[in-house]
Design a binder for this molecule. Sequence first.
Ligand SMILES: [Zn+2]
Ligand SMILES: [Zn+2]
Length: 261
Amino acid sequence: MSSNSGKLSVTILGSGTCVPSLKRSACSVLIRTGDNILLFDTGAGTMRRLLEAGVEIYDVSFVFYSHFHPDHTGELASFLFSNKYPDESRRKSPLTLTAGSGFAEFFENLKRLYGHWIELDSGLLNIVEFDNTHGDEHQYDDFKVETLPMEHNPESIGYRVAGSGGTSVVYSGDTDYSDHLVTLAKDADLLICESALPDELKVKGHLTPSRAGEIAARANVGKLVLTHFYPECDGVDIERECRKTYAGPLVLAEDLMEIEI
Ligand SMILES: [Zn+2]
Ligand SMILES: [Zn+2]
């Protein structure tokens, strides 16, 4: 029986980017399903934020990657190395790493660099590739994951997680405006959406507050969380920009913020 009746709980671990910041660690989101602890992306600083959130690295059972950029995958090798401490039997339960097409090769390349330093005991590490041309769907013991391709990198996918209690959370990863994201987030309780730069500094491959708001409004989500803030967002009224397109519940992410669903 799940400790929280299958309700998902969400903690923002890193609301930042590749830019070093004391306030905003690089991208990572923690979701507890009751029986499982999931991470979405592991940018630099993730393990420190996990400690601050009261979670042991050995208790993480799944890591889902949105794409391969270092601000989202940078701490993967360190994470695996740390899971071997103090000896190779330290982690007792399996860890599954998942990302879009090309992830097996990405991981092989990482192993070419680090070899056995990042290999876990036999049976403890699963590498899973999700299809990122049409999207994918997987049912795990107490949660379900659906994906669709996003507008950022060829391997980019967004995730929708549904707990056994019926709540659903969508994580965009990095993306430009995407009809797929509207589809993926349709009527979700929560959309955690990137909003990298202010409206006036829009770049290809990323969203802004009003574009993210447009997606949230079209998808009719229960709540929108904006995250992945570059320093250019400091001093800009992000909420006002988002309100041009979205009137529903809105949260601007900060590290270690727990999001109510
Ligand atoms: Zn990226
Ligand atoms: Zn990014």
